[in-house]
Design a protein around this ligand. Structure first.
Ligand code: PLP
Length: 428
């Protein structure tokens, strides 16, 4: 945040007592005395900022252009920074105890600018699979046109499989005259819910590619149920459109992590654009005040709904992280990494597309829409919608059957959701 607006003692502690992010979301990084005493931060609708002195302008621009590394310490121009975005970044970083955060106009903007900041022609990106479809498009179809290669391993891979993929990525990078620019993960994978062993990836990285950063898309479980930076990841990636925004009324993205790494990303954002605008940042600050309440309730609801669904005779199975079997490798990864099972899961009905469609068409409370993490429950059919363009072979591999229904549970009364699902199952 710019020095000018930084409260003198950002109160993250009372004495030795460390305050929880849930508490700090209500005002951290904002000083009412700088805004006429307004309890809540105003929305700073402006495209540019007035310098007191010409020398200040020069000093601030040295930070923007990277002449002085680490970002600027003054407000300059709204493509580079604005007060709402800076406050939001300070608050977002708190959730994973990250050194820094950057916010963007969408999750995909965050991901594109992150990759463009690290990968150069000849380099290779090592990735887990599946990734969010548009992320796969960037890596496989767009960056490949600029001579950037990729090697992937399945989300549930063992240490041996990760080692092998890393070796392959190194060899390919050597052949192409580049290096392995980034390890890019997503956990859990969508719609498989397969978890990545981040600790194993980090151990393999330390042994083989010590200079390669690990970024991980933490949209599905973060920041409440998963803290990958505690397990070796350097950067967490968020579509803030989902749980962080939480009301299905905005689109935004974020990165949190090590300052030295994000310092490489910020100049790219300054140049390309794609920063989170003041209005959206303000909406997100409001959303973060209830993040813990919303995610906790959604998580409790999902557990109840999944228990109901699992025992229904029209249901084949429910791929929900809370049901991972004791003794399996996925359960072991879950126990080591995660703090909750989330509220997004896959329901496999008995039958095929007709059954899935009848179920979806009969829902009354749950809305038929893609996306997740909102206050309202959503349901969709990946094979016919989000994953329609995935080739049959890959779809089979990822277990995206025609009878699969993807569900994101909201914060409604669980009894009402169960009544809705029960009624819809009767219609199948
Ligand atoms: C939605 C989503 C994205 C993309 O975010 P946008 O805000 O839609 O650009 C990336 N990753 C995951 C896991 C997502 O669910």
């Amino acid at each position: 945040m710019s020095e000018g607006r930084k409260p003198k003692n950002p109160a993250t502690h009372i004495g030795n007592h460390k305050l929880d992010p849930a508490t700090l979301m209500m005002g951290y990084g904002y000083d009412p005395s700088l805004s006429e005493g307004s309890l809540k931060a105003p929305i700073f609708h402006t495209s540019t900022f007035v310098f007191e002195k010409a020398a200040d302008g020069k000093h601030f621009f040295e930070g923007i252009t990277g002449k002085r590394p680490g970002g600027t310490d003054g407000l300059v121009y709204a493509r580079f920074n604005n007060p709402n975005q800076e406050m939001l970044e300070d608050r977002l970083a708190l959730w994973e105890d990250a050194e820094e955060a950057l916010v963007f106009s969408s999750g995909m903007t965050a991901i594109s600018i992150l990759l463009l900041s690290f990968a150069r022609p000849g380099d290779v990106i090592l990735m887990s699979g599946p990734l969010y479809a548009a992320t796969e498009t960037i890596i496989m179809k767009i960056l490949s046109q600029f001579g950037i290669g990729h090697v992937d391993f399945p989300a549930g891979a063992t240490r041996e499989e990760i080692d092998a993929a890393m070796e392959k990525a190194k060899t390919l990078a050597d052949e192409q005259g580049g290096s392995v620019a980034m390890i890019y993960l997503e956990s859990p994978g969508n719609p498989t819910n397969a978890l990545v062993d981040v600790q194993a990836v980090d151990a393999a990285r330390k042994a083989m590619l010590p200079d390669t950063p690990i970024a991980i898309d933490n949209t599905f479980l973060g920041p409440l149920w998963s803290r990958p930076q505690d397990h070796g990841a350097d950067i967490s990636v968020y579509s803030l459109t989902k749980y962080a925004g939480g009301h299905s009324d905005l689109v935004a993205g974020g990165l949190t992590g090590k300052k030295a790494l994000l310092d490489k990303v910020r100049p790219m954002r300054n140049t390309l654009g794609g920063i989170c605008d003041a209005n959206t940042a303000w909406m997100l600050m409001r959303s973060l005040e209830t993040l813990e309440l919303r995610m906790s309730r959604a998580g409790e609801n999902a557990e109840k709904v999944c228990k109901f669904l699992r025992s229904h005779d029209k249901v084949d199975r429910v791929a929900y992280l809370g049901f991972l079997e004791e003794g399996t490798r996925q359960r072991d990864i879950y126990d080591r990494h995660d703090l909750g099972a989330g509220s997004t899961f896959s329901l496999y009905l008995k039958g095929g597309e007709a059954e899935a469609f009848r179920f979806l068409d009969a829902l009354q409370i749950a809305k038929l829409a893609v996306s997740l993490g909102g206050t309202e429950t959503l349901a969709s059919a990946p094979a016919a919608m989000t994953h329609l363009s995935v080739p049959d072979e890959r779809r089979k591999q990822l277990d995206i059957t025609d009878s699969l229904v993807r569900i994101s549970i909201g914060i409604e009364r669980p009894e009402d959701l169960i009544a809705d699902f029960s009624n819809a199952l009767d219609a199948v």
